[in-house]
Design a binder for this molecule. Structure first.
Ligand code: DON
Length: 356
C-alpha cells in the first residue's frame, strides 16, 4: 500500500499560489532537500528560473476533418499530421486488417518517424521545420517514395531496449461542447523512482526523452538525433499527442490521446483513421488491432492475434521485419454520437469513462 498524504497539501498549495506553490516555498525546499540527499543536480535557483511555455496548438486537416494537436517540443502533433497527410494521398485506405493497409500505414508511420527522429527538438533551441513536415505538398513527395508492394529499409539499424510505461491521458468534454485533451507524464513507471519526502510525489526521468547519446536508443527504442541532444534549460522531445478533431462541419468529433511512449503517436493516429476512414464506433476503434513503426528499430510491430497469419506472411514477403508485441499505446477518447457523447477507455488497460 503506497499512500501519499503530503500530495494533498502540495496540490492545495498549487491551487492557492499557482506555480509559486510548487517552484518556491516548502515544495521547492523538499525537492532541493531530496536532491541533496541523493546527489541530484537541481537547485533552488533552477526551480525558480523554470517557466512553463504556452504554445499555440498545431492544426491540420485530414479528409475534411480538422485536427488540433500538440506542437513541439512534443513530436506528437507533427508526426501524426505528417502520417495523416501521407495517408490522405490515398483516395481510400485498403480494407481494414489487410496486408495492403498494414503496408500503407506502416510505411507512412516509418517515414514520419524518420523525420521525427532526425529533425525535431525543442523549438527554443533548434530550428524545427514544422510547416514543411506538415504540408500536403511534402506528403505527396514522401508518398512517391512508398513502393506498391515492398518495405523500404530505414537507414542505420539498431536494437530496441525494453519499453517502459507510466503516463496519463484524459479526454474531456462538457455540456457546452468545450473539449480538453490532456497528457501528463513522468516518463517511466514511478519516474526516476526518487520520491520527494514531505511533498508527496515522484520526480520524473524525462531526461530519457532527450537523445542522451544521439544515435543510441532510449527506453522506447527511439533513435533520435542532435536536435534532441541535452542542453541546460532545454525541453526534451515528447511523443505526447493530445488531439481534438472537428468534423467537416466544424463540430467537435473526437478527443483522443494516450500513454505508451512512441506508441502514443501511432496508436492515436490509428484511433483517428479507424473512426474516420473505417467508420468504426469508438469502442471498435479503441479495441481494433494496432501496429507500430517508428523508423528505427526497423520493424513493423503488430499486436499478438491482431492480424491474420496470411497477412503477416504477405508483410514478410514485402520485406518487413514483423515483430509481435509492443505495438500499442493505451488511449482514452470521447466521441460525438447522435445526441450525446461516448467515452471509452482502451481495453488494454484499466480505468474508465465517467459522465456527470
Ligand atoms: O513524453 C513522452 O513521450 C514520454 N515521456 C511518454 C512516456 C510514456 O508514455 C510512458 N507511459 N506509458
Amino acid at each position: 500500500m503506497f499512500v501519499q498524504p503530503e500530495l494533498g497539501e502540495t496540490l492545495s498549495r498549487i491551487a492557492d499560489l499557482g506555480t509559486d506553490g510548487f517552484y518556491r516555498g516548502p515544495v521547492a525546499d523538499a525537492i532541493v532537500a531530496e536532491m541533496q540527499r541523493d546527489g541530484g543536480l537541481i537547485t533552488a535557483a533552477d526551480l525558480q528560473a523554470y517557466r512553463v511555455r504556452r504554445r499555440e496548438a498545431l492544426s491540420g486537416s485530414y479528409r475534411g476533418y480538422t485536427l488540433y494537436t500538440m506542437p513541439p517540443s512534443s513530436s506528437g502533433g507533427v508526426t501524426m499530421l505528417e502520417t495523416l497527410n501521407i495517408l490522405e494521398t490515398f483516395d481510400k485506405l485498403p480494407p481494414f486488417g489487410s496486408a495492403e493497409a498494414a503496408h500503407v500505414l506502416g510505411d507512412a508511420l516509418q517515414r514520419a518517424f524518420i523525420d521525427r527522429n532526425d529533425l525535431l527538438g525543442d523549438p527554443d533551441f533548434v530550428t524545427v521545420p514544422v510547416d514543411r513536415l506538415t504540408s500536403k505538398a511534402y506528403a505527396r513527395t514522401v508518398r512517391g517514395t512508398i513502393a506498391r508492394d515492398r518495405a523500404t529499409p530505414t537507414p542505420r539499424l539498431t536494437t530496441a531496449l525494453d519499453e517502459g510505461r507510466q503516463t496519463t491521458h484524459a479526454s474531456m468534454v462538457d455540456a457546452a461542447g468545450n473539449a480538453v485533451a490532456m497528457t501528463t507524464t513522468i516518463n517511466n513507471l514511478y519516474g526516476s523512482g526518487v520520491y520527494v519526502r514531505g511533498a508527496g510525489f515522484f520526480l520524473n526521468d524525462e531526461m530519457d526523452d532527450f537523445a542522451s547519446q544521439p544515435g543510441s536508443p532510449n527506453m522506447y527504442g527511439l533513435v533520435q538525433g542532435e536536435r534532441d541532444a541535452i542542453a541546460p534549460g532545454k525541453r526534451p522531445l515528447s511523443a505526447m499527442s493530445p488531439t481534438i478533431v472537428l468534423d467537416p462541419a466544424g463540430q467537435l468529433f473526437l478527443i483522443v490521446g494516450g500513454r505508451g511512449g512512441s506508441r502514443i503517436i501511432t496508436s492515436t493516429v490509428q484511433v483517428i483513421i479507424d473512426a474516420i476512414d473505417y467508420r468504426m464506433s469508438l469502442s471498435d476503434a479503441m479495441a481494433a488491432p494496432r501496429l507500430h513503426h517508428q523508423g528505427l528499430p526497423d520493424s513493423l510491430r503488430v499486436e499478438a492475434g491482431g492480424f491474420a497469419p496470411a497477412v503477416l506472411d504477405s508483410l514478410r514477403t514485402m520485406g518487413y521485419a514483423v515483430a509481435t508485441g509492443g505495438a500499442s499505446a493505451t488511449c482514452t477518447a470521447v466521441m460525438r454520437t447522435d445526441g450525446g457523447w461516448v467515452g471509452v477507455i482502451d481495453p488494454r488497460t484499466h480505468g474508465g469513462a465517467v459522465g456527470y
